[in-house]
Design a protein. Sequence first.
Length: 94
Amino acid sequence: MNTWHIEGIAPTQPLTIGPKAKTSGTGFAGLLENALTQVNHEQHLSDDAIQKVVKGEMGIPEGMMAVSKADLSLRLLIEIRSKMLDAYQQISRM
């Protein structure tokens, strides 16, 4: 049997099918948890920014940017949740 070798390309490992080793925080659940944590953090930053604007420690434009960022991240999270629920309902109807 002739084998062909191409420079710069290493042989690949054979494909194995079986249970995967669990990876901590890199799966879908980990991504979702990280997203929830980030949205919660943005909400807290927004609350702090509002308090600083009221006290005069921060300008109104900077405070509005923090509030807008928190609002956008929350809207995105709600949209992702809705899409996930729709997908779950479609799968459960199968």
